[in-house]
Design a protein around this ligand. Sequence first.
Ligand code: HEM
Length: 136
Amino acid sequence: MAPVRFTRKEIAQRNSEDDAVVVIDNMVCDLTRFLLDHPGGVEPLMELAGKDASHAFHEVGHSEYARDWMQTFVIGEVVEEERHAVLPWPPSVIDEQAERRELRGPVGESPWATPLLLVLVAAMLSLYLYLWPEAL
Ligand code: HEM
């Protein structure tokens, strides 16, 4: 069965505690019956009712469990022409990428890294020979 499609204008009207709908990653979620069960409280959900909550949802760093739970509230999707780019998921993918960048460090990506290393080795060798000329 084809999923139900909603325009962002239709969603914007569903912003009350009796009818609270948000968009997360282009999926339309009816959170009306979830409001009181949300571990993060009613307030953050009501602030976003009728709106696109994708950014807020990801920024909180919701667990995979929360993500799976969220799927149970999906009632449809945003019409094709009004969809936004979806953020990568799971966050571990983002974290791993960030970690790899951190491991590489600022020098790892610099074009000066290799010449600098060579100069350092040459300087150390000269110092060594200067201090212990008999080593030759
Ligand atoms: C269907 C949508 C949502 C589901 C199923 C959901 C579920 C959860 C769950 C299970 C937690 C506990 C921590 C975790 O396991 O990640 C949580 C915490 C929280 N959520 Fe949500 N959430 C939803 C939407 C949102 C939205 C749209 C916001 C908006 C900002 C939000 C804000 C928060 C906050 C602030 C916390 C508390 C974080 C903390 O104490 O560290 N949630 N949520």
